[in-house]
Design a protein around this ligand. Structure first.
Ligand SMILES: Nc1ncnc2c1ncn2[C@@H]1O[C@H](COP(=O)(O)OP(=O)(O)O)[C@@H](O)[C@H]1O
Ligand SMILES: [Mg+2]
Length: 294
């Protein structure tokens, strides 16, 4: 199995192994489905990039705050969400929007190789803002404009969006360079995935520079026939899309969320940690390939 062979030759590499041009890339795991592992993937890919030595910012846009929690945000003091940065005063009188720099909080995670991991957290204000501006297309550019102000501070900005395609998803879509798509083997999941691939055509009309880097299997259980058939069918029907790396079903992931520590640090030698490392490496390689082609 390809995913397993990658893990057998697993060696952690740092940023020097990748000759990426120094610029900020905005990436998101995207899927319309809740529970697709978007937040888990944001947290762990960001943690790996930080360990590699990159300056990373995670922006949580989902009021459920799972990536805020997963990066230890619940144990830190912070006040502002992206809703506060955009023009939140339209909802709460006398509220002045705050500069995006004030919403940046440094997490406790950093690396020996100068990597750092920052977070803009999410809470109920995200939901209130989204509900108030749902039908206001002009507001959907604001996130992208705000990110332009801080791109010189980061190598990667990873965006965690809510499920569905609400205000925050479309705001993110305007700002993104790359998406990766998590997919759990299953028939219902495949149906949602196909719907999402149709939506991706509309998404690309809105943001033509956005690239789908690839799709990865998650919560994978390679022993099951469901997994084997699913993977084989997927590869036959859509060759070249799947990442070789896949994230196994692993209870350590749920445990790590409770501690506010990415699984890549909480259980660094676990299969899921190694899988997130190899997935992140593949993400970097695919960025490199696309950018080399120009
Ligand atoms: N590889 C995995 N194995 C087992 N559980 C996982 C795995 N990845 C994520 N989970 C759990 O699945 C649930 C949904 O994941 P989450 O990242 O919150 O999805 P989303 O952000 O797409 O809604 C969470 O409880 C999370 O801890
Ligand atoms: Mg989530």
């Amino acid at each position: 199995m390809a995913g397993i062979s990658i893990l057998n030759s697993f060696v952690k590499k740092d940023r020097k192994a990748y000759k990426l041009k120094p610029k900020c890339r905005v990436i998101a795991p995207l899927s319309q489905k809740g529970g697709a592992t978007k937040s888990t993937s944001c947290v762990n890919i960001a943690s790996v990039l930080c360990e590699m030595g990159y300056r990373v910012l995670v922006i949580d846009l989902d009021q459920q705050g799972h990536s805020t929690m997963g990066l230890g945000g619940d144990n830190l003091e912070w006040e502002y969400t992206m809703a506060n940065v955009l023009d939140y005063e339209k909802i709460i009188e006398d509220f002045d929007p705050i500069p995006i720099e004030k919403a940046l909080m440094k997490t406790l995670f950093e690396s020996k190789t100068d990597g750092s991991l920052w977070l803009i957290g999410a809470n109920i204000t995200n939901e209130e803002y989204s509900a108030a501006h749902y039908n206001d297309p002009s507001k959907k550019m604001l996130l992208s404009e705000e990110l332009d102000k801080i791109k010189d501070k980061f190598d990667f900005i990873i965006i965690d969006s809510p499920p569905g395609l609400d205000f925050w998803n479309w705001s993110a879509i305007f700002a993104l360079d790359y998406i990766i798509v998590p997919l759990e083997p299953g028939h219902g999941e495949m149906r949602s995935y196909n719907d999402f691939m149709e939506t991706l055509l509309q998404i690309k009309e809105v943001n033509p520079k956005l690239k789908h880097l690839g799709t990865f299997l998650t919560k994978a259980n390679p022993q099951t026939n469901l997994y084997k058939d699913f993977k084989q069918n997927f590869e036959v029907n859509t060759p070249g899309i799947l990442f070789e790396s896949e994230i196994p079903q692993d209870t350590k992931i749920k445990e790590s969320l409770g501690y506010g520590i990415p699984v890549t640090l909480y259980a660094s030698s676990s299969k899921s940690s190694k899988s997130y490392w190899s997935l992140t490496e593949e993400v970097l390689k695919r960025c490199q390939l696309i950018e080399a082609k120009g």
